[in-house]
Write a protein that binds this ligand. Sequence first.
Ligand code: DGL
Length: 285
Amino acid sequence: MPDLNRQSKRKAFSPASPIGVFDSGVGGLSVLRAIRRELPSENIIFFADQSHVPYGPRPLEEVRQFSFAITRFLLQRGAKAIVVACNAASAAALHALRQEFPETPFIGMEPAVKPAAEHTRSGVVGVLATPATFQGALYASVLERFAKGVIVLQDTCPGLVSQIEAGEMDSLSTRRILEKALQPMLAQGIDTVVLGCTHYPFIIPLVQEITGPDVRVIDPAPAVARQVGRVLEAAGLRQPIGSAPAWQQFFTSGSPQHLDGLLPRLLGETGAAAPAVWRGLKLTA
Ligand code: DGL
């Protein structure tokens, strides 16, 4: 028998419906920025779980529970597709989200080991990501599929996400964290650095200063934005180019003022974030 409930839910979406994008914090803005460039007609609802950031040191099960509640919050606001703009949340929840919400297209993140392994000449690549990402089955499968014959060095850069959340993109303490991670990798001959956390594209200039210009730094956001376009196209949900001006809505479980303050710097746009509040494991605006 057809599931009428699901069919009627599905009908509520149209190309004009927004894309839901979420992260533990401002890292998701590096993906949002790429989506804005690639798909300028798309409306977007962005959620930053800044009362729980960082996700990286938390148990995968806890991050999975947050991801489910955030997805429900975004679906209730009409999201036609969800971008899990967070490697840690993708590691913890992407597979389970697709099972729980089979009607919703999900686009997630995984460390870009594939292009790194394809292009490295030294055969040694470095991956910067959080503990949750390194622990997840997704990362193990990425290594298994793409890293054959390549040495992959890893570092969790403790404290780096919090530095970026505080707007410290080029302070001395941020530099120290990066030097500690990158210098041993450089000594072992890396020629490629994979940014396996969506917060890290905001510190590419600092990474590049430490590595020098000959090391390639991979930000996966543009590739993810292209994938969002392909997924929407396949689902018949892509907003036609030249539609009415796109809108964006920002929510945070942390301080809206703090997020507003970082938006011009990180996104190059202003915005007025609205608060969202956790009540147990439910999120309300
Ligand atoms: N930006 C996220 C990621 O891509 C999460 C960072 C964190 O909250 O630890 O992994």
